[in-house]
Design a protein around this ligand. Structure first.
Ligand code: A2P
Length: 223
């Protein structure tokens, strides 16, 4: 019939419900405001300001948020991305489409390019995670494919000028790859929210003491 041809979306994702969105934005803004006033951050200011050691960086202004807050499962590019159609037809995708669940945000991270939240997926949520999500990042983060499935799962909270949101997951994978290699980073501070570690080159990770739990709906985006 006329409705049989499937229109493949831009991407599939868990979308934060409106009631939860403000709380997550608020917490991430608090984190950015605290981070850019810390001495440890100022010590590494040139990661963000270029050569200018005197320059102040206002992280709230530095990053810009776009579109609805979500955790992408599969970027489909309206069917042009590899494996898009196969993903859209997966039984789990059909079964869970439109269903609500809770996402657990377990860390916040900042780099000179992006700010995001790490998402720890449940076994059920992993059913919606594409097998090759980590492997696809291999050309940028060579160790990515050796990380467990779901490692790339994140919510983009903001991007620096001229940076595309796809960068956020790559930045996260880079930090996780460093951890896996055994780089401890430099634990700079115990903050109210958790412990803050510096991994060099402007990479900061705040492991949350208490995960931020947020209600989401699994759906897709067509614009
Ligand atoms: P993210 O999930 O990190 O926010 P765009 O606006 O560029 O079309 O992207 C739409 C969404 O899909 C964004 O949320 C973006 O990143 C994600 N995305 C874009 N390109 C890719 C890609 N090549 N691989 C995985 N996710 C992507």
């Amino acid at each position: 019939g006329q409705f049989e041809e499937m229109f493949i979306p831009s991407f599939f994702a868990w979308f934060l419900l409106p009631s939860a969105k403000d709380m997550v934005v608020c917490k991430s803004m608090d984190f950015l405001r605290t981070l850019d006033t810390m001495e440890a951050f100022k010590k590494h200011i040139t990661d963000f300001s270029g050569k200018d050691e005197e320059k102040e960086v206002d992280l709230e202004q530095y990053f810009e948020a776009k579109g609805p807050l979500h955790c992408t499962t599969k970027f489909c590019d309206f069917g042009k991305a590899e494996g898009a159609k196969e993903y859209a037809m997966k039984p789990a995708v059909k079964d869970f489409y439109g269903s609500t669940s809770e996402l657990s945000l377990t860390a916040l991270f900042v780099t000179p390019r992006t700010v995001g939240a790490r998402v720890s997926l449940t076994d059920e949520q992993l059913l919606l995670w594409p097998d090759d999500a980590e492997k696809e990042a291999e050309s940028v983060v060579p160790a990515a494919s050796s990380l467990p499935p779901g490692s790339r799962a994140h919510v983009t909270l903001g991007c620096a000028e001229g940076v595309e949101p796809v960068q956020t997951g790559l930045d996260l994978l880079e930090i996780l790859a460093l951890q896996k290699e055994g780089q401890q980073g430099e634990t700079v501070d115990e903050m109210e929210l958790g412990s803050l570690t510096y991994y060099g080159e402007g990479r900061w990770l705040l492991s949350l003491r208490e995960p931020i739990c947020t209600p989401v709906c699994f759906s897709s985006y067509y614009q």
